[in-house]
Design a binder for this molecule. Structure first.
Ligand code: C5P
Length: 240
């Protein structure tokens, strides 16, 4: 893998034009982009087509959660656009994950990296106990959902940096972990309760890191992206 692919920049902007501006600014420094609900709702498949024509990789982060057939058909359509990575909610159930995985193939015959979302970081222990009525520790529940995702055939999960080690221990090194909530050293953690620096996340074993605002809202996005790429290379060289 080209190590620059490990940085996934979240294009959390409201329009195609704004996304295009960022992609042009970042040039060759960034290969992988995340298109989330906001940009996809605004710009649709056009933004995926644009990125793919530039030779970029696309993480379509729609966090799908519906009945198995609907999710599987949606994964199939997205796969036909050549997206490289997608998310579905593990809470959609085992069958949903299993049938979605079967449809996660690109026209060139390569697999789309299908990731499970476990428990959103905006939710906490009280949500598990009081809202769902599940009497289990939050971390154990996350590990359980990651294991189920693996059994259903998914390629990996999205998780916070401090869960990476346990997930790799439980599901194996090859099970992909993508971590958002990344903040360069000295940067405000903003709304992430448990953030880590790019280097820390890579040393902990994250396969890919997702970075949005520290690059997209930077005064100098290219410089910020360069610095993060450097930290990733640094982290890789320091992995145990
Ligand atoms: O701007 P920032 O770097 O915080 O962006 C983080 C990105 O990661 C956002 O696109 C957000 O939707 C995503 N995210 C996620 N799962 C989380 C936390 C953030 O997918 N638990």
């Amino acid at each position: 893998m080209d190590e620059r692919e490990r940085l996934i920049v979240a294009l959390d902007v409201p329009s195609f034009e704004e996304a295009e501006k960022i992609v042009k600014t970042l040039g060759d420094e960034v290969i992988f982009y995340k298109v989330g609900l906001q940009l996809y709702t605004s710009a649709g498949p056009q933004v995926i087509k644009y990125l793919k024509e530039l030779g970029k990789k696309v993480f379509l982060d729609l966090k799908l959660h519906d009945i198995p057939n609907t999710v599987a058909e949606t994964v199939s359509v997205a796969s036909s656009y050549n997206v490289d990575m997608m998310t579905i909610h593990t809470f959609g159930g085992f069958e949903m994950m299993e049938v979605a995985q079967k449809r996660a193939w690109k026209p060139d015959g390569n697999q789309v990296i299908l990731l499970g979302v476990t428990i959103l970081t905006s939710l906490d222990q009280a949500f598990l106990n009081d809202f769902l009525g599940v009497d289990r520790n939050l971390k154990d529940e996350i590990l359980q959902l990651a294991s189920l995702a693996k059994s259903a055939g998914l390629s990996g999960v999205v998780a916070s940096p401090n869960e990476v080690r346990d997930i790799k221990l439980q599901c194996g090194e090859e099970f992909i972990v993508v971590t958002p909530g990344i903040r360069p050293e000295g940067y405000d953690s903003m709304d992430h309760a448990r953030s880590a620096s790019p280097k820390e996340a890579i040393i902990m074993g994250a396969d890919y890191i997702v970075v949005g605002r520290p690059i997209v809202q930077s005064d100098d996005p290219l410089k910020s992206a360069r610095e993060i790429q450097e930290k990733i290379r640094n982290g890789l060289s320091q992995r145990p």
